[in-house]
Design a protein around this ligand. Structure first.
Ligand code: SAM
Length: 227
């Protein structure tokens, strides 16, 4: 059954590293690994994706996130941009934004040491807001399928849809071909799913796929480089 606008996240959960996440009752999916939301976000999206890009960057690093969700990845990216003192332009798409009460329940400011989750959620839709000297942020209220890029391609893709089992329509060659077209050659896509069909689809649309050790007990995650 396709995910619908009626779907609401449902309930707040604690993951094993003490960070919160949400559970989506309709899809029976957690927003993050229950072994640690913070651990997973740092490992997959920040350490594998953003950090190497920031280390090499001589221009603003442009990030695209599929599934802004709770805002944890965006908050960590903001923290990295400020720590590195290098500019990041972050665009996240989200079809089903979480409610204010859900945002208030999340402990990310405290557990990351970076205050700002509320600012991310209160930022206007469809416009970049400069939140600090090094971090510009834009969220777009749309499905990935309806998103069109009218700007420069991205350097880093955080691909964070619900799992291929829960949302198979978001892990197809057709969708990844659109993502590839939005990624500059040499740019990277990082994602927590190393499923064979996902790796093959990414390869088929022009990414060179690498498997990397996952966080906690997760065996492998993916970093794919746009050819
Ligand atoms: C795994 S969660 C994302 C976790 C998020 N990156 C975070 O740090 O909280 C997947 C997200 O994708 C969103 N989503 C699901 N289908 C979507 C679609 N077709 N287009 C855009 N967003 C979608 C969900 O509402 C959810 O917020």
């Amino acid at each position: 059954m396709p995910y619908s606008a009626a779907a609401r996240p449902g309930r707040l959960v604690y993951t094993a590293d003490g960070s919160n996440s949400l559970y989506n009752t309709e899809l029976d999916q957690h927003y993050h690994s229950m072994q640690g939301a913070l651990q997973e976000s740092r490992h997959v999206f920040i350490n594998l994706g953003l950090k190497p890009a920031l280390e090499q960057a001589s221009a603003p690093v442009r990030i695209f996130e599929m599934g802004f969700g709770t805002g944890l990845n965006a908050l960590l990216a903001w923290q990295q941009a400020d720590d590195f003192q290098k500019p990041v332009e972050y665009l996240g798409v989200e079809a089903y934004p979480i409610a204010d009460e859900e945002v208030e329940g999340l402990n990310f400011d405290e557990i990351t040491g970076k205050a700002g989750l509320a600012q991310l959620h209160q930022a206007p839709w469809s416009a970049y807001t400069r939140l600090t000297e090094y971090f510009s942020f834009c969220k777009v209220h749309t499905t990935l399928e309806d998103f069109t890029l009218n700007d420069a391609p991205f350097d880093v893709i955080f691909y964070d849809a619900f799992s291929p089992t829960a949302q198979p329509e978001l892990w197809t060659e057709e969708v990844f071909a659109r993502i590839a077209a939005m990624t500059r050659p040499g740019g990277v896509l990082v994602t927590y799913s190393a499923k064979g069909s996902v790796r093959r689809a990414l390869d088929a649309v022009g990414f060179s796929v690498e498997k990397h050790p996952g966080p906690g007990r997760k065996r492998e995650v993916v970093k794919a480089i746009r050819r």
